[in-house]
Structure formats: C-alpha cells, structure tokens
Design a protein around this ligand. Structure first.
Ligand code: SAH
Length: 341
C-alpha cells in the first residue's frame, strides 16, 4: 500500500525528497500542491519533473478521499460522509452563511466521552483520525474554495487525539499549508483539563470552546461523565489560565435542556462561576435525545437565562439552529454505509 503525503509537514516532505534524491526546493512545491492547490494526484504536480513524479509515485500517493455521501439541508448546510479506512466513516458539516462558510470537522471515529446528550458517544470509540484524515475533510470538500472558517466540533474529542490535532492545526495554519488564520479556527472540548494546560502552552490564537452545559458538579456529572474526573472547579481554573496565557476569550457552550439545566437558579450559579472571566456563553437549544428524555428549553427560558447572565456582565447569545432537518438524523449516513458495506 502506498503512503499518504497528505498530513506531512514541510520538514517531513524535505526528508521525503532528500531520500528520493530530489532537489530540496521540491518539498515546498509538493506542500503547495497538497495544501494550497489541493490536488488529488501526484500527476497533477506539474512543476516536478516526470521522473521525480514517478519516483514519488512508487512509494506515495496524495491520500485524498472524496466524500462517499452527502445530505443537504433546506438552509444550505451539507453533511458529508468520509470513509476513513475499512468500514469506518466520519462526518463533516459545511455551513454557508452570509459573511462566511464554516466546515465542522471530526477528529475521531466515535468518542470515549459518552456525554448523555450526544449521538457520537452512543456509537462508542473506534480510533483516532490522523492529521491527514482530518485535513482531507477540508481538502476533498466540494466547496473547499469558499471555506473561511474551520471548527473542530464534529465527531470525537479533539484533545483526546492531541498530537494529531496539533499537527492538523499547524498544517492548516502554516504558510506552506493552507494558510488559514488561527483566528478562523475553533476547537471544542468537553474539558480535558490536563490537555487545556498543554494547549495553553502551544499559544495558538485559535478560539477554545468549552462544552460546559451545566453550572455545577451535580448536574454536569450526570450529563457528562468526564466531569467525574475533572470537576467544574478544576475545569474553570484551567479556562482562566488559558484565557490569561493566550489573551483569547473562551467560548462556553451551554446546551439548554428543558428542566435539567435551564432554571433561573442555574443561570445565577453559572454567572457566579464565570464572573470576571474573559469569556462568552453560547446557548444552544439541545437537539432532543429521546432515550434520555431530553427536550429543548422554550424561548422564554432562553431569554430569561440570557438576561441573568447579561445582568452579571457576561455576554451570551443563542446559537441559531442550522441544518435542523439533517441534524435530526445525525449518524444516519454512517449507519446506512455500515449496512451497505
Ligand atoms: N468533543 C468535543 C467536540 C464535539 S461535540 C466537545 O465535547 O466539545 C460538539 C458540540 O456539540 C459540543 O459542545 C457538544 O457538547 C455539543 N452537542 C452534542 N450533542 C448535542 C445535542 N444533542 N444538542 C446540542 N449540543 C450537542
């Protein structure tokens, strides 16, 4: 089997060309074909000599995989299914808006975190994606030239696949990579505290989103098992450190679940916890989860919640629900292909 070039850094490409007896500058040329022009084959790298393309092809291939299926929402959102090895699939979601176009990428096949409201958790964990497989979700996207933003909010816990995710982030943001500014990238975590400290030291200018979803340990441990290992006090301490170290505002995700975490008391407790922190709260009406009996909070609850946070000096917005018609069938594309495969 040929080895994929996609996912290799410039330094690694320099080693590749050196080993094959190609000139050093070919590494930059290959990087530019891979990440700038996003070619699908080595044959398309036309500024490399024919001989050098053949040498490369003996061992390597680009390693891109076009999506195998797609589902379109009436609002323009498109969910793509990518194959990542034998019988495994992940999803990426393309979200066009007036002023931007965002791709939500996956970082793992399945997830270990088992949050009670999350569909990915229900499929268990199969494996980590390589940086190349994460970058391929962008490279092989039909709308890739329109893309302005990337969010790591798809399947998986990105900080549980730390090394490949950091490699991916460096590749998409580096000049010889995709040259996408870190300020256009968000990473969402359920709160792996140790890794948040590690990420702070990388000092990347990306936006860190933290899936908080509860104002205290009692509620959070019930809905998010990760809280039993990293309680909310430790998580918020790490968030304060992160914001101080990077100067970047933390974005807290809070999925409002009717009767579970949406009372005025919850809002007040949350406001007290976040007081004085460089942060923003993103309220998300939860996607209903039948098995758990979770329903969306009503509009009045959302507004009451926002008012309490804002009175305490914390900015908060309700996230617009996009792709509602295809979100409802999250995991459906994957299941269909597993059956067919
Ligand atoms: N593992 C990462 C990223 C993947 S999930 C994380 O936990 O942040 C992306 C976001 O969707 C997270 O904020 C997650 O909590 C949220 N989410 C998962 N299921 C949801 C649901 N049913 N309704 C609303 N948000 C949900």
């Amino acid at each position: 089997m040929k080895q994929p070039l996609l996912g290799l850094t410039l330094t690694e490409l320099q080693a590749v060309v050196k080993n094959l007896g190609m000139p050093g500058f070919a590494a930059k040329q290959i990087a530019s074909w891979l990440y700038g022009k996003k070619v699908a084959s080595i044959d398309e790298m036309t500024n490399l000599s024919l001989k050098h393309r053949e040498l490369l092809k003996d061992i390597y291939e680009v390693g891109g995989e076009a999506p195998v299926d797609a589902m379109r929402s009436v609002d323009g959102t498109v969910k793509y299914l990518y194959r990542v090895g034998e019988g495994h699939y992940v999803e990426a979601v393309y979200i066009p808006e007036e002023d931007r176009a965002t791709l939500c990428v996956s970082s793992q096949v399945g997830c270990k975190m088992n949050c009670k409201f999350c569909m990915t958790g229900k499929q268990g964990f199969t494996g980590n994606l390589t940086a190349g497989q994460i970058i391929n979700q962008i490279n092989s996207l039909p709308e890739r030239d329109k893309l302005t933003n990337v969010v790591m909010m798809g399947m998986g816990e990105p900080l549980d696949n730390y090394n490949q995710v950091i490699r991916f982030l460096r590749l998409v943001s580096s000049q010889e990579g995709m040259n996408l500014g870190m300020r256009h990238i968000s990473l969402s975590t359920c709160g792996l505290v140790d890794r948040i400290y590690d990420l702070a030291e990388e000092n990347l200018q990306l936006t860190l989103s933290v899936s908080l979803h509860a104002p205290n340990n009692a509620i959070r441990s019930r809905t998010m098992p990760v809280n039993q290992k990293y309680p909310i006090e430790e998580l918020l301490k790490a968030c304060r450190y992160y914001a101080g170290r990077t100067g970047r505002r933390i974005s807290f995700e809070y999925a409002m679940i009717d009767g579970v975490n949406d009372s005025d008391g919850c809002a007040k407790e949350l406001a007290a916890r976040l007081k004085g922190m460089l942060c923003h709260v993103n309220l998300i009406p939860v996607n209903p989860v039948r098995e758990a009996g979770y329903q969306k909070s009503g509009r009045e609850r959302q507004q009451a919640f926002i008012r309490i946070l804002e009175r305490a000096g914390i900015t908060a917005t309700v996230r617009r629900t996009l792709g509602a018609d295809i979100n409802a069938s999250c995991g459906q594309l994957r299941r269909k292909h597993l059956k067919e495969g």
